[in-house]
Design a protein around this ligand. Sequence first.
Ligand code: HEC
Length: 438
Amino acid sequence: MRPTVAAACAALFVSAAMPAAAADPQSLPWNTIPVKKVTLFYPGESTYEWLLSPAHEKANVRVQQGRACTSCHDEEDTKELGDKLVKAGPLEPSPIAGKKGTIDLQVQAAHDAEYLYLRAQWKTQMNREGRMHDYVRFDGQKWQWYGHDRNNKNVRAGAEPPLYEDRFSIMLDDGKVARFAEHGCFVTCHNGMRDAPGQATAEAIKRNPLLGEAGMKTDEVRKYLPSTRHGPGWDQTRSAEDIAKLKAEGGFLDLMQWRAARSAPVGMADDGYVLEYRNFDAGKNPFSGNIDAKTMTPKFMFDPAKVGARALQARDIGDASKPAALVREANAVPYDPNAGWKEGDILPGRLLSRVDAKGSAADNDAVFGSWKDGTYTVVWRRKLATGNPDDKQMKVGGRYTVGIAVHDDNVTTRFHHVSFPLSLGIGVDADVRATTLR
Ligand code: HEC
């Protein structure tokens, strides 16, 4: 079923939504485009505060001065870092048994006058895709959340299955964010965030004037840039006015994530930016909630005429012939409370729609992932210049910095693999040089 949905979406964009100049990223001559090999390593709890502390032996002063990570950590050392940090130690208090320390990523890039095209390939640890996320299960009486990431205590205890989406993420800067060229994603990773040392309490966050009740009304600390704080510490927040000024000056990072559950089934990636928080771009994401949190009632179920059943079962996890996502315009119908639900029925807690995705949040509308024999291949198309104020604008001949991350095998937050920063050249020399298409 799922390939049918993806193919339908692809056909849709080829016939209608695609301007004449855009190439289909699935049919570029990738085998003629150079491959850059990148080692992604498991970073454990090496937050920016740790990297700037004396615990980062003899390196903290150099990092404070702005020395690049890769001036000391070469390729071989990067592999050692990952293999060491994935095990229990000072930077990993809660290791995941058997997890790999590194991922070998292959990256290719190309461009034409209007678009950047990327292809990324990597091997997964699990022998299947991670394309289920935020599911609910009927227990005979009511619907309950079912499955979590591998760090979840119920999953660790074996009481619930590991169910979390695989992801491929790109952070992008045009030189406006201090130290991103030298330190990459690490500038966004701080103590106080979810699953990081000193994780902030919901109460403390609610009292914060920027993040809390009086401001953004969140109860989590997410990725942020040091420029949005007036001192070290997640709670040293600057005013909303200062942050709006930083944003207008371009002092933010683009952050785009291909999500195997929440965007891939509709041929998209999400689009966000990191500034005082990990924000989504203006507009509407390809995914939204499918569960009324107050009553724990689903809003949509599978269309039995198209899927063969209203719900899935635990045995369908990992069955590639079954759809894992509810796509409003493709395989979903409104939830029927009287459909004779049985214990063990499972449904996605998210609803996807390509048709409903709008605005800057829907910029990455030609991103296709496939998984075969243990390897993902993701191809991506994005406008060099989107014209949106929450995106980084690129141009032919420009050189940018990217940081890459993969969330592999049912993990979230910091349990991912990351790259040191890489330069990206649009037709010019760089770590990753986008080949000019003719
Ligand atoms: C001046 C050289 C230098 C710079 C610059 C530097 N490091 Fe290090 N780093 C070291 C040394 C030396 C060690 C300790 C020896 C080791 O384990 O490799 C270390 C250790 C680490 C460790 C911990 C490994 C462990 O054994 O627990 C991490 C993670 C790390 N560095 C990441 C980074 C990142 C990310 C950057 C850039 C923000 C960076 N380093 C910049 C020299 C440097």
